[in-house]
Ligand binder design. Structure first.
Ligand code: NIG
Ligand code: FE
Length: 391
């Protein structure tokens, strides 16, 4: 493969403390070289080696591609009316998940595939070079397995979420549904998934059920992650920490004990904040500043789905995290890149150190802080994945 030189970079965010300053590993006057899909060299532009191709950044910023570690983009149907009702005051209670489940069960593979691919393309065009995709809108063994097969055509970060909610046909016998999720449904899904997730929340699954789901997943080789503390305080965060989950996502309602638990789990369990959900469901925003100050690892992700947040924009997440969760712009950009990589336990993405996958974004702005400073403006001027221009 040919070597690509990107030079005359305004601010380069490397996320590598050996290469630059602060949490973003910022450098000015830098260049990078990508070769064979990897970052081969980072340094001062004046010392850059020769390359076959050149991109002139012309003073614009370059940062690692966004890592969106939480999405539900395999679905069918539309819940715009639910959103409109919510904005007029109706609370979000996750009951709408069953609306999407009915639509998915009625949809053909081609329809599910087309929606997922359209949204993955939308993400890529906005700078997201890695996305995690969950099942969770099929809730039968066959519908969960086909959702994961479609997800696996798009990403290697696939998550089995049979334990999203109890579907209507099991409403009177939730224990039987947990048996299905941990038995035949898991067997059908495990070959297509890397992770297992459970929605541990009042109205979904309690702590004992969630523990059983994660343990069965682990026995089938799936690593745990958790949806927790979205709609109210609850056991999700502590359960995730106890299970050694890679991430607990939402974290909208945290007690001081939850923050302590996440701080104690730094290096193991990431607190993934989903500000687009808090925005689109009118929940209070969690205090990201308190999590960082306590020492917890924080990631930002979209949760892109038709109910609680139909946005694929990591830039929106960055802007909201700065405005509403008290992260600095650098912390928010770090959480949307390196944080997401950590939440997926990946060391090859989320940074631009030598050897990393050459996933990067050129912004139509001099500094990554403009992602928060200029909310709603399409600032992505180019996207490269594994060294190839993809947008
Ligand atoms: O992450 N929390 C549970 N599941 C999704 C909601 C999906 C939906 O409303 O359809 C979430 O917010
Ligand atoms: Fe989710």
């Amino acid at each position: 493969m040919t070597a690509l030189l990107v030079d005359r970079i305004g601010v380069l965010a490397t996320n590598d403390p050996a290469l630059g300053d602060g949490s973003l590993g910022r450098r000015t006057g830098a260049a990078l070289v990508a070769e064979d899909g990897r970052i081969a060299w980072v340094g001062d532009a004046g010392a850059a080696p020769a390359a076959d191709e050149r991109v002139d950044a012309a003073g614009r910023a370059v940062l690692p591609g966004f890592v969106d570690s939480h999405s539900h983009i395999v679905f069918a149907g539309d819940r715009g009316a639910e959103f409109t009702a919510r904005m007029s005051g109706r609370p979000y209670r996750a009951g709408g998940i069953r609306t999407t489940v009915a639509a998915v069960r009625a949809a053909g593979d081609d329809e599910l595939r087309a929606t997922a691919r359209r949204l993955a393309a939308e993400m890529l065009a906005q700078g997201t070079t890695t996305v995690e995709i969950k099942s969770g809108y099929g809730l039968t063994a066959a519908d969960e397995a086909r959702s994961l097969r479609i997800a696996a055509e798009i990403t290697e970060e696939t998550t089995y979420l049979g334990a999203h909610v109890v579907p209507p046909e099991y409403a009177e016998r939730p224990g039987d549904y947990v048996d299905l999720v941990t038995g035949p449904m898991l067997a059908a899904c495990a070959p297509h998934a890397r992770w297992i997730d459970v929605f541990c929340e009042r109205g979904a699954f309690d702590a004992d059920q969630a523990r059983a789901v994660l343990a069965a997943g682990a026995a089938a080789g799936l690593a745990p992650r958790v949806h927790g503390n979205q709609l109210g305080p609850g056991p999700g965060v502590r359960l995730a920490v106890e299970a050694g989950a890679a991430s607990v996502d939402h974290c909208t309602h945290l007690t001081a004990a939850d923050v302590d638990a996440l701080a104690g789990a730094a290096g193991r369990t990431v607190a993934t904040l989903l500000p687009g959900v808090d925005f689109a469901t009118r929940q209070p925003y969690p205090d990201g500043r308190a999590l960082l100050d306590a020492g917890a690892d924080v990631a930002l992700a979209t949760d892109c789905n038709p109910g609680s947040c139909y946005s694929s924009s990591m830039a929106l997440c960055v802007a909201l995290a700065v405005r509403e969760m008290r992260l600095t712009p650098d912390e928010a950009v770090h959480a949307a890149t390196a944080g997401g990589a950590r939440a997926l336990r990946r060391t090859d993405i989320g940074h631009l150190g030598t050897g990393a996958r050459a996933d990067f974004v050129l912004l139509a702005a001099p500094d990554p802080l403009h992602l928060a400073y200029r909310p709603g403006v399409p600032l992505v001027a180019g996207v490269w994945r594994a060294g190839r221009r993809v947008a």
